[in-house]
Design a protein around this ligand. Structure first.
Ligand code: NAI
Length: 335
């Protein structure tokens, strides 16, 4: 029995979380959920969108599955996601970019983007140095650059991937990106079985659109990773299907790439695939590879058959229809 923290989130969060719990149950994995709420409703009741009990739970269980949480723009509390990443030092953001059958896409893709999650231009070091002159500091440290490169090479080795492409702009930012490049080259020496490739970020964007599979595993700093991850989501059919994970040395939080989708919340037709694929990553993380494979195969089968599709992908199925079809397909996957 695994004890795992569940944050259902708000908007479509509770709908896609409930669907994901059903699919996990169908896979035969036994999970004791420690459910904690975060987001707008919690903030209106307690004054904070993320009570300390949420963090305490993840510190104990070490693993969380999280639905999306709304963040007010330009006012109010800080993003729950940023808070979680910083408090738990979830330094690696991992986004597999994989095509599914029958989903409109540019071409077949199977690559993984590993993004440094804690520094770069997201370190929050901004100031107005003079009226009309703002400065944002891009923080790059040897420690973080080395640990994200190590994470990417370890990930490649564990997942049978052959090449890690480091994406940078060291031709312009010679000191900051240059430091990260040096660290990555040093780390690569410990992984002779995996090829290191280097690519400038603008060329990486073009390569993703022309031939994403040349990249295999891509590792990069925070801002480039943020932008290229959404490019990746666009390549394979959009927000409803792309999973993600935030991983640290002490804890890991698995969540879809999409937000709380207030425009369709409560209507019962959100696509739960992205959170389900995040749960598949979670299963691998906790050593339940067989159950992960079962769900992944079932998901591919449901998409290949193409009869049950949610509205974001041009179908008419509700969240429940899709979930039932997937649970049946999970039961029919041979071990
Ligand atoms: P969004 O991802 O919630 O929605 C963008 C569009 O995609 C909407 O039309 C929505 O209906 C559609 N969509 C998203 N997920 C879908 C799904 N699973 N099935 C079907 N359609 C789906 O992005 P938006 O509108 O920019 O953000 C809404 C809120 O979510 C904001 O407050 C934002 O801060 C928050 N957010 C939270 C995240 C998290 O908790 N990890 C991540 C991204 C945004």
């Amino acid at each position: 029995m695994h004890r795992i923290t569940l944050i259902p989130g708000d908007g479509i969060g509770p709908e896609v979380s409930a669907a994901t719990q059903k699919v996990l149950r169908a896979s035969g994995v036994s999970i004791d959920w420690d459910v904690h709420h975060a987001g707008t409703e919690v903030a209106s009741l307690t004054g904070t969108p993320m009570p300390a009990t949420v963090i305490e739970s993840i510190q104990k269980t070490k693993v969380a599955l999280k639905g999306p949480v709304t963040t007010p723009i330009g006012k109010g509390y800080r993003s729950v996601n940023v808070l979680l990443r910083q408090t738990l030092d979830l330094y690696a953001n991992v986004r597999p970019v994989r095509s599914l059958p029958n989903v409109e896409k540019r071409f077949e893709v199977d690559m993984v983007i590993v993004r440094e999650n804690t520094e770069g231009l997201y370190a929050g070091l901004e100031l107005m140095i003079l009226p009309g002159v703002a400065q944002s500091i891009k923080l790059t440290t040897e420690k973080s650059s080395t640990r994200i490169a190590t994470f990417a090479f370890e990930y490649a080795r564990k997942n049978g991937r052959k090449r890690v492409t480091f994406v940078h702009k060291a031709n312009i930012m010679k000191i900051s990106d240059g430091l990260a490049l040096d660290c990555t080259r040093r780390v690569a020496k410990d992984y002779p079985d995996i090829e290191l490739a280097e690519m400038i970020v603008d060329a990486a964007a073009m390569t993703m659109v022309k031939d994403a599979n040349r990249l295999d595993v891509l590792v990069t700093e925070n801002l480039y990773g943020d932008i290229l991850s959404d490019l990746g989501a666009g390549l394979v059919g959009g927000l409803g299907i792309v999973p993600g994970a935030n991983i640290g040395t002490e804890a890991a939080v698995f969540e879809a790439v999409h937000g709380s989708a207030p425009d369709i919340a409560g209507k019962g037709y959100a696509n739960p695939t992205a959170l389900i694929q995040s749960a598949v990553m979670m299963l691998r993380h906790i050593g339940e590879a067989a159950a992960a494979r079962r769900i992944e195969t079932a998901l591919t089968n449901v998409y290949r058959e193409g009869k049950i599709r949610t509205r974001d992908l041009g179908g008419t199925a509700s969240t429940d229809d899709f979930t039932h079809a997937l649970c049946d397909a999970v039961a029919n996957v041979a071990d």
